[in-house]
Design a protein around this ligand. Structure first.
Ligand code: PGA
Ligand code: ZN
Length: 441
């Protein structure tokens, strides 16, 4: 037996900011950088007295929930179309830096709570959710570095079992993420049956390559949407699903939960107007949408549907959960916004059976971990997620491993800002072959 196997794994038990000495922040800085869509966002650097530092870059969504933490943007018409983030940067270098350096912090949660209190709004609108989340993520990285632990181990709650997640590769883009006619936003492939992280990544890349050929052979454009998936000229989801199953088979994999399954994020709030779902030229009721999903899930190996109905269609969501909750994973994104209180309420109301987890949607790492804890407590599944506007920051790869929730979506297996997360997972998997891969039991 090797030494490494007999050494206790302190890093799996020690919670974020657990029983360790308080930390002192000596430096906090931020600059405006560009995200993957060429829009401004901010990068934050936080330095600790002991010398360690942490860096984080803030992602940004396009199909956002109405109750998300507010992204503070300048609104200055002549600069970046009003999208500059110099005000958020001023929050970091001004009030947040003053707060952070004023006293020692017992743990990350205390820093996050103090930032929330200083902001003083329920939506983080005053200092900016983008400012707070950048500081929170950079602090987590600095603390992990100071303690000599990988970020995923630092983020691991004491009761969670770290594991490598099933990647959900978004291979066809529509909705707000592509200039095509598809109403559904995301068509993902999920190698649930893969034996390892490496084989899951391989399946994603091979199927993506086969899909490109299929689309080209069908006379479709093979240009990409915002998350690196193809943006074909199809109009009905059925056409995409048919191409996906063909690509999975072409690449030598088995469509379905034993092999490679399909997950959808229709992002239905985006095509819900005047009480109707405007899909492929039709205007459907909630009940008709639910029946469409039931039909599609019978015809195709769909295992998960996120935001199948609009965020304010609460009755529809309840009906959807009753009708399909036994058969399918039903993920709340726009309606849950990674908010622990909202998720708790939704669970009590029988809405969905899984939550999407986006750090910038709620605005601090601590609240994100709380939202994940609520899900664990109630047996809700969870999927950690990137945003459509991304950077090379791979924070979410560590978050998904440490919390052991077993699912991530980070776009296509292509484009630097998307593969940064998958490549980080590959690195963790290579370093820790003892971590299990796949959905939790
Ligand atoms: P967004 O989309 O990052 O543009 O909000 C992602 C999603 O809806 O899951
Ligand atoms: Zn979504």
């Amino acid at each position: 037996m090797t030494a490494s196997k007999t050494t206790p794994r302190r890093d799996l038990r020690d919670p974020p900011g657990g029983a360790v000495s308080p930390f002192h922040i000596t430096g906090l800085d931020a600059e405006q950088i560009l995200d993957s869509r060429g829009r401004p966002t901010l990068a934050v650097t936080l330095t600790l007295a002991a010398g360690a530092s942490g860096w984080a870059a803030v992602p940004s969504g396009a199909s956002t929930g109405t109750r998300e933490a507010v992204e503070l943007r300048d609104g200055e018409a002549g600069r970046y179309d009003g999208g500059g983030v110099t005000r958020a940067i001023a929050s970091v270098t001004g009030p947040l830096a003053e707060l952070a350096t004023a006293r020692p912090w017992p743990d990350l949660a205390a820093l996050d709570e103090a930032m929330i209190e200083l902001d003083g709004t329920s939506s983080k609108a005053r200092l900016g959710g983008n400012a707070l989340v950048g500081v929170s993520m950079a602090a987590a990285r600095a603390l992990a570095a100071e303690r000599g632990r990988p970020l995923w181990a630092f983020l691991a709650p004491p009761e969670a079992a770290p594991r490598l997640p099933v990647p959900h590769f978004n291979v066809v883009n529509g909705g707000a993420h592509a200039p095509n006619e598809l109403d559904f936003q995301e068509f993902m492939i999920a190698p649930i049956g893969a034996p390892s992280m490496a084989e899951a990544v391989r399946a994603g890349a091979e199927i993506y390559a086969r899909l490109r050929r299929r689309l080209a052979a069908d006379g479709q454009p093979t240009g990409l949407g915002d998350e690196g998936g193809f943006a074909p000229g199809y109009t009905h989801p059925r056409q995409v699903l048919t191409a996906l199953v063909a690509a999975i088979t072409d690449a030598g994999y088995t469509p379905g939960r034993d092999g490679v399954a399909i997950a959808l994020d229709p992002a239905a709030s985006q095509f819900h107007h005047d009480g109707r779902y405007h899909l492929a030229g039709q205007a459907l009721s909630s009940t008709e949408m639910i029946e469409l999903y039931a039909q599609l899930a019978t015809e195709f190996p769909i295992w998960s549907i996120e935001d199948g109905l609009a965020e304010d269609d609460t009755d529809g969501w309840r009906q959807l959960t009753q009708r399909l909750g036994e058969r399918l994973q039903l993920v709340g994104d726009d309606n849950f916004v990674t908010n622990p209180a909202i998720i708790e309420h939704a669970i009590a109301a029988g809405i969905g059976n899984a939550a999407l987890i986006k750090v910038n949607q709620v605005g601090t790492v601590t609240e994100t971990l709380q939202a994940m804890q609520v899900c664990r407590k109630h047996g809700y599944a969870q999927m950690v997620s990137h945003r459509s506007g991304e950077t090379v920051d791979d924070f979410i790869a560590d978050l998904v491993v440490g919390t052991g929730c077993g699912q991530i979506k980070s776009g296509a297996p292509a484009r630097g800002e998307r593969v940064a997360k998958y490549n980080r997972l590959t690195h963790i998997a290579a370093r820790r072959p003892d971590l299990p891969y796949g959905l939790p039991n």
